[in-house]
Structures are given as structure tokens and as C-alpha cells.
Design a binder for this molecule. Structure first.
Ligand code: FAD
Length: 366
């Protein structure tokens, strides 16, 4: 039997649910409080630079799953962009993530064997590393820690790595060969024509209203639909009755610069603590299209989060996890509302994970 679904949020979670439920014969309506679709994956075409600006930070699609890759390729063709980051520290530029070329730049080692021996010598003896700093010192030694981790992480989290868990840094790969591809996944690329056109195709034929905040009209909307899929912050749905979940936020300074190529690479990490931004990205390198005399560059500044600012990174402390679990308990009393996506599940999700999670959800709903 056909049901009426309201989907709150036109990011990847909401768009995937809307597409799949519609194709399964249900009636869907999508609303988003922003003035555009795509959530944090929204891209804006910058005519002067002839490229798509990643409006909420650099987004590289990558996945190991053939299923997810086939799914997203229904809505876009991808170029062959591979994320190879560069690090700017003091007067030097390094290859990143850390690979044999980085170790050559820092220590002069030229083979995997030399690299292993060198790192063994650099590692500090710390039996049970208790935080990010200790984990780095125990695994890669002080030089690597100071060049790549200390300043960057302090800026990113507004906390010294001594106060941060090691889990954050374990996400970043380190290789003892010359592979400088940031991701290990089989599939990777940037959608030709930008991310926004993916969402236009996913939402094709589905009623959509922008600049509508679900929370302003919650009770009336809940009464009009059989089921609501909410992809906003889970605590906002409950009016923060148990308290606010914490996030770290970012500020993006988008600039049009009068030169054809500003930094010669899509992404630079700036690891000096004195440089206030953490990353710069030059968008034409994502599109791999070098036709314009001007270029679009974004400077990314970490900032504290407070209500009203964009929620970017969940802060994975035990307190926040406990609070999230308490909100999950509240959801049990409202089975006609599902919570999903990075805000609904208070989890750092990559795009392919969000799509996968939405596909699973739809399977339980139809
Ligand atoms: P969102 O995209 O946040 O969508 C949620 C939507 O809900 C928003 O549009 C919001 O406006 C709307 N909403 C919220 N509350 C309400 C309300 N009350 N009423 C109406 N609408 C509401 N992933 C990768 O795979 N590769 C990358 O390289 C990558 N880089 C990233 C870089 C940065 C800086 C960030 C922040 C994320 C990055 N990600 C990356 C992760 C990616 O952005 C997320 O996986 C994806 O955007 C999550 O989709 P979502 O639908 O869950 O959430």
C-alpha cells in the first residue's frame, strides 16, 4: 500500500530515501531549511573560474562498494580525480598522506627498508599511548608528529593532541611505499558537472520545498504524513530537552583569485599553528578543467560550534555518546519518525556510507 512520506533534508540521506521510496510506489515530499538541495555536498558553479565550488568543504567521492558506486553512477559520471594532498609547513611542501616520498623529504630515506629502520629509531617508547600525542610519538616519532599533526590538530579541534583521543589520527593512512592516494578505496572521483546535479537527478519528479524548517511546523507536519524521515540534528527534534550534542564547526572563505592556477593542487593542508586556516582547496583541480584565467579557492577555518553554526564534526566524547543514546531512547516512543544521516545519527559518515545507510533504511520501510 502506498504511504505518504515526508523527508526532512535534501542531502544524500534524504535524497536517497526519497528516490528509492518514490520508485517503490510511495508518495514523497522533501523539505529543506536551506535555500538549496545537496546538504553539505552542495556545489556552486563559478562562471569566472569555470568550475564547481564545493561550498561546504572539499568532497571527494570514494567507495569500495561496487553496489554504491553503481548506484551513484546512475546520477552522475565521475572524472578520474585522485586525492593527493600536499602539506605546507614552514618553508616546505610535503607529500601527504605520509608515504615513502614524505619520509624521503623529511629524513632522506629512499627505500621501504630504510623507512622501516628509520621509523624504528624515531619511535619513542611509550607502553600504552593514552592520547593522540603519545600515539604519534610511539608510532612515528617526534619529527613527523610536529610537522604533520601537532599544529594541524590543535587548530582543528582547539585542543592540544595531549587532550585528544588517538582514534582521530588512526583514520589517516600511512604508507611505506610511494602511493600518495589519500583513499584506499577501489572507486574514487568527482562528479562531472558538480554534486548539485546529482541531487537534481535524484529528486527529479519529487515535490520539494526549500527554506522550510520542519521544526517551525512540526506538529502539523507530523499529522499530515504516515512517516517522517528526519535528517536534521536528533537533539533539535526534541527541542534539546536533554541538552545539546557538541560539534566542531568550520568557516569557509570562498575567493575568486585572478590567476589561472593558485596552488597547483586541489588540496593543501596548512600545519603551522600560526597560520589560521587548516586547508585551502582550489576547485578547478577537482573538476580537472583548466579553461579559465581566474580560479576559485576556499580557505577553511576551524571554529567553535554553537547553535546556529553549521554542525560539521561530531565530538566523540563519552558524554556526547551517552547523550545521543538518551535521545535514541526517546525515538522509541515515535515509531512513525526515522532518524538518519550524519546529524540524525550523530556520526561522522562519508557520502558512500550515508547512501548505504539510507538504502538499508528504505529496505526496512518498504
Ligand atoms: P547533510 O548533507 O548535512 O544534509 C542534511 C540536510 O538536512 C541539510 O541540507 C539541512 O539543511 C537539512 N535540515 C536539517 N535540519 C532541518 C530542519 N529542521 N528542517 C529542514 N531541513 C533540515 N564525505 C566523503 O565521502 N568524502 C569527502 O571528501 C568528504 N568531505 C567532507 C568535508 C567536510 C568539510 C564535511 C563537513 C563533510 C565531508 N564529507 C565527505 C561527509 C559528507 O558531507 C556527508 O557524508 C554527507 O553530506 C551527509 O549527508 P546527510 O544527508 O546525512 O547530511
Amino acid at each position: 500500500m502506498s504511504k505518504k512520506f515526508l523527508i526532512v533534508g535534501a542531502g544524500f540521506y534524504g535524497a536517497t530515501c526519497a528516490r528509492e521510496l518514490t520508485d517503490a510506489g510511495h508518495q514523497c515530499m522533501v523539505i529543506d531549511k536551506r535555500e538549496h538541495i545537496g546538504g553539505n555536498c552542495f556545489t556552486r558553479y563559478v562562471e569566472e573560474a569555470d568550475c564547481h565550488e564545493h561550498h561546504y568543504g572539499a568532497h571527494i567521492f570514494h567507495t569500495n562498494s561496487q553496489r554504491i558506486w553503481d548506484y551513484v553512477n546512475r546520477f552522475a559520471s565521475f572524472n578520474h580525480y585522485v586525492n593527493r594532498v600536499k602539506v605546507s609547513h614552514r618553508e616546505n611542501i610535503y607529500s601527504f598522506p605520509i608515504n615513502l616520498f614524505t619520509l624521503y623529504q623529511v629524513f632522506g630515506v629512499k627505500t621501504p627498508q630504510e623507512a622501516v629502520a628509520c621509523l624504528e629509531e624515531k619511535k619513542e617508547r611509550i607502553e600504552e599511548p593514552k592520547n593522540m600525542e603519545e600515539w604519534c610519538l610511539a608510532n612515528v616519532g617526534r619529527e613527523i608528529y610536529e610537522i604533520f599533526i601537532e599544529g594541524y590538530s590543535t587548530k582543528q579541534w582547539a585542543k592540544h593532541p595531549r587532550e585528544l583521543p588517538a582514534s582521530i589520527i588512526k583514520r589517516v593512512p600511512m604508507r611505506l611505499n610511494f602511493d600518495d592516494n589519500y583513499f584506499n578505496d577501489r572507486f574514487q572521483g568527482i562528479p562531472i558537472g558538480g554534486y548539485t546535479s546529482i541531487f537534481e537527478k535524484m529528486l527529479h519528479g519529487i515535490p520539494l520545498e526549500l527554506k522550510v524548517d520542519f521544526l517551525q511546523d512540526r506538529d502539523a507536519l507530523l499529522g499530515k504524513f504516515d512517516h517522517v524521515i528526519f535528517t536534521g540534528p536528533i537533539d533539535s527534534f526534541f527541542d534539546y530537552s536533554l541538552g545539546h550534542l557538541e560539534y566542531r564547526s568550520l568557516r569557509f572563505d570562498h575567493q575568486l583569485i585572478s590567476c589561472p592556477d593558485y596552488q597547483g593542487n586541489a588540496v593543501f593542508n596548512h600545519t603551522d599553528s600560526e597560520v589560521p586556516f587548516t586547508r585551502t582547496y582550489e576547485h578547478k583541480h577537482f573538476d580537472m578543467k583548466y579553461t579559465a584565467d581566474q580560479t576559485a579557492v576556499t580557505f577553511e577555518y576551524p571554529q567553535d560550534w554553537k547553535p546556529g553554526k553549521i554542525e560539521i564534526y561530531p565530538v566523540n566524547t563519552e558524554e556526547n555518546q551517552n547523550l545521543y543514546d538518551q535521545y535514541r531512547e526517546l525515538t522509541k516512543a515515535i515509531p512513525t519518525v526515522s532518524f538518519g544521516g550524519r546529524l540524525g545519527q550523530y556520526r561522522y559518515y562519508d557520502m558512500h556510507q550515508v547512501i548505504g545507510s539510507a538504502l538499508e533504511k528504505v529496505r526496512t520501510l518498504v
